[in-house]
Ligand binder design. Structure first.
Ligand SMILES: Nc1nc2c(ncn2[C@@H]2O[C@H](COP(=O)(O)OP(=O)(O)OP(=O)(O)O)[C@@H](O)[C@H]2O)c(=O)[nH]1
Ligand SMILES: [Mg+2]
Length: 453
């Protein structure tokens, strides 16, 4: 982003690469309309903004490259805040690339990843948190992730940050006044009132910080490991969750030897479900390797489904597996269609009876997994969730410094120190929405974007 020239007119293919009914080449910048005029069969100079026109894109020998629909969007009411031209051509990779090349010949520069959104940010169409939400919205793979990204794009996170900034700036001004005019003392606000206001903000931003755990689940999904002894029905459960016969199921113990992974959306969330080799003592080298891989999953998974055969007595190794994974597991008593009485695992809150073969109670199991993922809390529809590590770090830094302010104020430490820590709080909050942010943070955010967004 060094020596960035915001005056360049940029161009990129904004639709996915590959074949489709239509593709879109997008231009943004001061020269977008001039460039379109050079390559389009009609003079668009006097066409109204936000209109779309049929015509042909011509090469420099006036030969037709494609018949297209061309839309004109004049600044300032556009995504980037600049003039935008969108060329909707036939969705062939070759035609689309030829049109892109033609726009470059005519004076545009190829856009960097995320550069359209960066322009929107530069032109104050979006703040930084909103710009980041664009990419999240594009890549969201479940309804909750879409909701979190939409909330952020619409500015819900930004407006609460702005509110904290505003309140804290007011308090910072009071603290500054104490430095400048110490003899004025606490006349215009009592120390208690100040502490009250600071504590309220402190609690709010801590709550925001803890929402990151849920935000991470929305965005990244859950790694769900299915583990247990051989023949308990792990692969049958995998198939039942996926609603397809993905893993081989037989009555021979030791059927699954390798890790089987599948992505699936169940109810509200996205999962990577992993079926593993059953745990037992064996001399078979292949199975030994499979068991080693299963044990890696014990470590990696967010939630483990420990499958137990409700018709069999538990083995020493079952108890060991349960005890070693007590906190992040759900005990799944399988084969209840066979109606054999079974024991319960003492003190384990998350237990359920199912039949993987007969599809009994699978929906309830999915709900239980969701409950476990959200630590038993009900998700409030209106909660703002943090989905970015970058935001979480800034919020935590802000909270840490705000706590210093509170503690020092309680101890009547000199207001110069309070004022210093308060500035850090404000600059940490500023990092989230992009006021007073450094070059480095900017580049690292926009380089993760796809070109054309
Ligand atoms: N009655 C009944 N049988 C089941 C159920 N689930 C699985 N089975 C049977 O149990 C046997 C083992 O099932 P799998 O799904 O292959 O078990 P697994 O745990 O993956 O076994 P390994 O891969 O060998 O570790 C098969 O014969 C299944 O049909 C169930 O809910 N009820
Ligand atoms: Mg299996």
């Amino acid at each position: 982003m060094k020596e960035y020239n915001p005056k360049d007119t940029i161009s990129a293919i904004s639709s996915p690469i590959g074949e489709g009914a239509i593709s879109i080449v997008r231009l943004s910048g001061d020269k977008a309309i001039d460039i379109a005029n050079k390559i389009f069969s009609k003079d668009i100079t006097n066409f109204k903004t936000h209109t779309i026109h049929y015509g042909k894109i011509l090469n420099d020998n006036n030969e037709v490259l494609d018949s297209v629909m061309l839309s004109i969007l004049k600044a300032p009411n556009t995504y980037t805040g600049e003039d935008i031209i969108e060329i909707h051509c036939h969705g062939s990779k070759i035609i689309t690339e030829k049109i892109l090349t033609r726009t470059i010949q005519a004076g545009a520069r190829i856009a960097n990843p995320g550069e359209f959104t960066f322009r929107a940010f530069l032109n104050k169409k979006l703040d930084l948190a909103q710009a980041e939400a664009v990419q999240d919205l594009i890549s969201a793979n479940n309804d909750l992730a879409i909701k979190a990204a939409k909330d952020q794009l619409e500015g819900r996170l930004s407006s609460s940050i702005l509110k904290y900034q505003k309140d804290l700036t007011e308090i910072a001004a009071i603290l500054e006044a104490w430095v400048d005019f110490p003899e004025e003392g606490l006349e215009f606000i009592s120390k208690e009132e100040l502490l009250d206001r600071l504590n309220t903000i402190y609690n709010d931003i801590n709550k925001l910080s803890s929402s990151y755990e849920n935000g991470k689940i929305f965005k990244e999904g859950i790694l769900l490991g299915i583990i247990g002894s051989t023949n308990v029905g792990k692969s049958s459960l995998m198939n039942s969750l996926l609603k397809k016969q993905r893993a081989i199921v037989t009555d021979i113990a030791g059927t699954t030897r390798d890790i089987i992974e599948e992505d699936v959306k169940l109810n509200n969330l996205h999962y990577k479900v992993i079926d593993t080799a059953g745990i037992r003592n064996t001399n078979c080298e292949i199975e030994k390797e499979g068991i080693k891989r299963s044990k890696d999953i014990f470590q990696k998974a967010d939630i483990l489904l420990i499958v137990l055969d409700s018709t069999q007595n538990l083995l020493e190794s079952d108890y060991e597996m349960i005890n070693n994974n007590f906190e992040n597991s759900i005990i799944v008593w399988n084969k209840i269609d066979l109606k054999k009485p079974h024991e319960k695992i003492k003190n384990h809150e998350y237990q359920i009876e199912i039949s993987a073969k007969e599809n009994i109670n699978i929906e309830n199991l999915i709900r239980l997994i969701e409950k476990k993922a959200f630590k038993g809390e009900n998700l409030s529809k209106n909660e703002i969730v943090l989905t970015k590590k970058r935001h979480k770090i800034a919020i935590d830094n802000a909270a840490e410094n705000l706590q210093k302010v509170i503690v020092n104020l309680e101890k009547d430490i000199s207001s110069e120190f309070l004022s210093f820590d308060m500035k850090t709080v404000l600059s940490e909050l500023a990092k989230i929405i992009g006021f007073d942010i450094t070059e480095d943070i900017l580049s690292s955010i926009f380089k993760n974007f796809c070109i054309g967004k």
